[in-house]
Design a protein around this ligand. Sequence first.
Ligand code: F6P
Length: 527
Amino acid sequence: MIRCDHTPAWAALQAHYATQGRGLDLRQAFARDTGRFAAFGFEAPEVFADLSKNLVDSATLRLLRQLADECALPARRDAMLRGEAVNASEGRAVLHTALRAPRGAAPFSQQVHEVLDAMLAYAEQVRGDAQFTDIVNIGIGGSDLGPQMVVLALDAYGAPGRRLHFVSNVDGHDIAPLLARLDARRTLFIVASKTFTTQETMANARSAREWFIAQGGSEVARHFAATTTNVQAAAAFGITTTFGFWDWVGGRYSLWSAIGLPIAIAVGAASFRDLLAGAHAMDEHFAQAPLARNLPVLLGLLDVWYRNFHGFSSRSVAPYHQGLRRLPAYLQQLEMESNGKSVDADGAALPFATSPVVWGEPGTNGQHAYFQMLHQGSEVIPVEFVAVKNPAHALTDQHRMLLANCLAQSQALMLGKTAAQAAAEKAPTAAAGMDAAVLARQRSFPGNRPSTTLVLEALTPRSLGALIALYEHRVFTSGALWGINSFDQWGVELGKALCGELLPRMASGDTAGLDASTAGLMKRLTA
Ligand code: F6P
């Protein structure tokens, strides 16, 4: 494995940043080059990406591609796709791509398609069963975020009269109010857990089963299904309808597996297959397109450029589609659980930064909250806009407003406004008594703030599948260059272990040997 900072391209990028990169001005770049939009616009399956408002020129992209080559990115991608154990710390292959490949086209095809067919047949059975009006998915992390995000995004493909609910938090405020609204006779619970040991999911599953029985429910086997790699544990829980998957499917990459059952129930088997097909189309693009036109690779390279050369510590995601309101939360797990690491795959401490903070809200809501900081704050935060050309509703005027807002925000970030321009404008009445120069400085915008705009024709199962796969491969790209294992998550273990030690103390009140803060807080919370 060749780490990015050990390559000639890394040194060349440092020199390029010092001489040209740092000083690149987008306004001048557009003025100089009328072909900039065409040169930095990229087509991938279902997704068009405008990268022209990013702080790059053709030399930057050439050097970044050289970096990818020198880090043997194509060979590492191919090793993942072939099923090599690229998740070395867990000794596992990483084959979420096999879950969406056509029959016979990828490793483990027979098992994958057997479970897929069975899972989709069951989904159709549930869809045809008028008894079930409410489906509750109980899971957390990858067993919640992916299915939830997709079900919300594909709301237009759902059937009226069937409600999908997602319970994840161990906080009883999540499940209790939901159970209070449900009718046990009409509810199907899906316990979704790769391991079937996760504390939160098991606690919620037990509460659901107790509630179901207390309501007079007797057929646990009919009202509970499980999606898990741990079929025995599901059986021990009393669940006989179980759809399995395998250790080579990472939790945050699992929505394509049996974990996608709530999606299939919501949108149906044909749409679920379209979701897989869209992702597969993006997989093929990632596997085959030359690096110069390979969109996931280009986005991953841009992430490295911003994080390690410009030093930008976060990226804001602004989906201009209400259906994508959980996309930022989904991406937080995908990106930060994958690449939030500070040692490389050989255990050496990294001398550079890795995963940025990923955050955001759907547009236009974010505009009326934190966009102030994006435009005038002291840090530069690259923004990623996701725009969808055709809506699933008939409110054409509102959709035009939405898209105009999206374009205006990326334009404002780039163009900014000088103090002189602000001074030339008519001052607001409330500020009439204020020194004009002071006011103009407060009303100026630095501009030259970078953004990417991703465009979908419509939010369909196919385009959503492609969009998600685009993000997955982008995270692979930056992780591979950084030399980290993007597929383990040891960082979540310590808190889990300490919680296991604290839980009995919460009941007994024993604080002996604890640090003073934890002991003090425990007393306050339990006394
Ligand atoms: O938070 C750690 C984690 O292992 C995630 O990677 C995973 O998606 C989540 O917990 C849920 O795990 P499981 O599906 O095994 O319940």
